[in-house]
Structures are given as C-alpha cells and as structure tokens.
Design a protein around this ligand. Structure first.
Ligand code: 5GP
Ligand code: ZN
Length: 112
C-alpha cells in the first residue's frame, strides 16, 4: 500500500533477508535492534490497527512467533513479544507488526 515500508519490503525479496515466510506473514530482522535478537513479524496484508477484526491472523502470528523463537534459539531462555499500537504506544510504522525480542537475561528494564 502506498508508501508503506513494510508493504515495500514484503513485496521485494531483495529488501531484507527473511527469517520466515508463509502465505500470511513474513519475518525480518529489525534494522535497529534493541536486543541481540530482535525480529519483526509482519502480516503481508497492509493492516494498520491491532483491533482490525483479525483474530485468525493474530493467532497465526503468535504461532509463527513460537516457531521462529525455536528456530533462533530463543525458546530455551525466553523472549518478549511486543505490539506497539498508535502514537502513544510507540508505533512508528502504521502497519501491524509484532516485535520478537530476546537473547539476554531478564530483567530487561522498563523501556519499550
Ligand atoms: P514500531 O515502533 O512501529 O513498533 O516498530 C517499527 C520498527 O521497525 C522499529 O523497531 C524500527 O527499527 C523498524 N524499522 C523501521 N524501518 C525499517 C526497515 O526499513 N527495515 C527493517 N528491517 N526494520 C525497520
Ligand atoms: Zn503496509
């Protein structure tokens, strides 16, 4: 859609290395990681908001998060999944996405 960076990345395989891809979503490394492993799970469809009637997709994204956590070695020690929704939630890209973060011990502090 339009000038959305995640739609652009999703439609161009050369833009970023995919950790995972299926019919509904893809996973890439965050360009500005705040943990040693910081991945973005992004629906291929341009969905802006968390509550956009997307029960099935959200469930799917969590299942994919679990798979990718296993793939990347995050499952053993744990990880954090975050969705930033709207301006006050810290969302900078208005295309729904999950952050999957880990690779170091808790506690992580209060940021993000
Ligand atoms: P938000 O703040 O919207 O929840 O998260 C957007 C995330 O996307 C940020 O963590 C930011 O570092 C990441 N990001 C922004 N532009 C790009 C990009 O072009 N490529 C990748 N891989 N990540 C990006
Ligand atoms: Zn988009």
């Amino acid at each position: 859609m339009g000038d959305c960076i995640f739609c652009e990345i999703g439609s161009d395989n050369s833009k970023a290395e995919r950790i995972y891809q299926d019919d509904y979503c893809f996973v890439i490394q965050d360009i500005n990681p705040i943990t040693p492993i910081h991945l973005l799970l992004i629906p291929t469809e341009h969905i802006v908001e968390l509550w956009d009637n997307q029960e099935k997709l959200l469930g799917h994204l969590l299942v994919v998060a679990s798979k990718v956590a296993e793939q990347t070695g995050l499952k053993a020690n744990g990880f954090r999944i975050t969705i930033n929704q709207g301006k006050d939630g810290g969302q900078t890209i208005p295309h729904l996405h999950l952050h999957l973060m880990g690779g170091r011990e808790l506690p992580w502090g209060t940021g993000f």
